[in-house]
Design a protein around this ligand. Sequence first.
Ligand code: SF4
Ligand code: SF4
Length: 420
Amino acid sequence: MADNPPFSGPFAPSDADLSRCVHCGLCLESCPTYTETGLETESPRGRLYLIKAIAEERIEATPTVVGHLDLCLQCRNCEAVCPSGVPYGRIMEGARAELLANRPPLAWRLRALFLREVIARPRRMAAFATLLRLYRASGLRWLAERAPFLRERVILAPTISGPTFRARGVLARPRGEARGRVALLIGCIMPHAYGRVHEATVRVLARNGFEVVAPPHQACCGALNAHNGDRPTARALARRNIDAFLDAGVDAVVVNSAGCGSAMKEYGELLADDPDYAEKAKRFAGMVKDVTELLAELPLEAPTGRVEADVTFQDPCHLAHAQRITGAPRELLAAIPGLRLVEMAQPDRCCGSAGIYSLAHREMSLDLLDGKMREIAATGAEVIATANPGCMAQIEAGLRRHRRPGRVVHVVELLDEAYR
Ligand code: SF4
Ligand code: SF4
């Protein structure tokens, strides 16, 4: 019996949620860590069993047990296929929050500290991005990725090249018939790593009749904090975003990062017990749209330019499994003249990025990436489209690792090209 039992605090997974698992095992073959290892303890069913056993104080959260929970990507593929509707994402986030609050391993504390004190703080994030930019521009990355003893260790480190997206306030006025006013989430890493995706998103939204604004006081969405157990920071960031976006008087909050959109659609749940924010959080969550979701709901302004390319689409886990959006990005790609969509065998299988998972669990992340690169190679596509910065960075690393040519883009970038 543990002297300080975890899972008795405010974030503890509820018995009602845990009891929904009927151990049928239908989720097993959809779980990337189970299919890689073949171990029940690395499966959704096994992890739910461990969490329930800790909650009921039948086992302790030993380093081995915590390791099984930590190897979960939180891709939520299991949740999407579960016939009993087990809210796996909510359960795992709650379990991690309880573990982080009760004698967490040092690695968990360091991760939470880095996410809270660097990633979620815009100035520090900008300084970190400058270091990554220098790492690439100086040729150090090139050298490190060719050194046999370093190669495996550094290949998944994020690299940053293009200009940072700095615009705030009114970003664009609508072209043609006005359809509304939307606010864009800028995010933490996206503006530094893929500022060009924000530029394309703004142009595409304006082309489809939207005024686009970026409220200046918005913050990081808090997804990485929540996934890594730091719910207090995730809640603080959610409150800031709710205030910033609701004050902007917009019809929708548009997100071009699937992980962020998924977290923001769950603000209602995150702040359900906050008397000052519960109602606002629910209202805000109802306004959040992935950019592909919003565009696919419109009578889309037909693109006339051609994009002559074979393109394959990687479903981001938090778009396909958490938000259950798979048709919208494909509809947009199908609307582009000249573009040929070539599907992978398992386009919704995790690429191994999963926020900072690729840094915390390099071996599993590389195994999943190698599988993904084999699938991409089998399509023969020269362009890989997706809808999440983590997936973009991971697949770019895969192209470098496998010395394959190819171009990784967000779906809106292809649409933007077709409009131009
Ligand atoms: S999580 Fe769902 S699919 Fe998986 S074993 Fe439990 S009930 Fe079955
Ligand atoms: S979230 Fe993903 S990695 Fe974790 S148990 Fe579910 S399917 Fe497996």
